[in-house]
Ligand binder design. Structure first.
Ligand SMILES: [Zn+2]
Length: 98
């Protein structure tokens, strides 16, 4: 089993049928500069590999799968999330763009 450390995320801006625009995560970049789509990360999690966010001077946050994008009226899936802890800096959604 492998452990992956995510340092950046890639987001895409989408406009729903109701005209509202939001951004959601379409993939992640590991500290080895490799890009993985949400689906590839979910498949890897299903195989038992572990994924964490890595932010300097912050605890690592475990990445988990989530059914779909949390924004209303968006069915983008699969989606990824991290458990909120005492800091938000290591939340997947708050990582720098890559
Ligand atoms: Zn979305």
């Amino acid at each position: 089993m492998s452990t992956y450390y995510v340092t950046k995320i890639r987001k895409q801006s989408v406009t729903n049928k109701d005209g509202n625009t939001h951004e959601h995560i379409i993939g992640v970049v590991t500290k080895t500069e490799a890009f993985y789509t949400n689906k590839e990360v979910v498949d890897s999690l299903d195989e038992g590999h572990e994924w964490y966010t890595e932010v300097k001077n912050e605890p690592k946050a475990k990445i988990k799968k989530r059914g779909h994008c949390p924004k209303s009226n968006c069915g983008h899936k699969p989606y990824l999330t991290t458990d909120p802890d005492h800091t938000t800096k290591n939340n997947l959604e708050n990582l720098p763009r890559g």
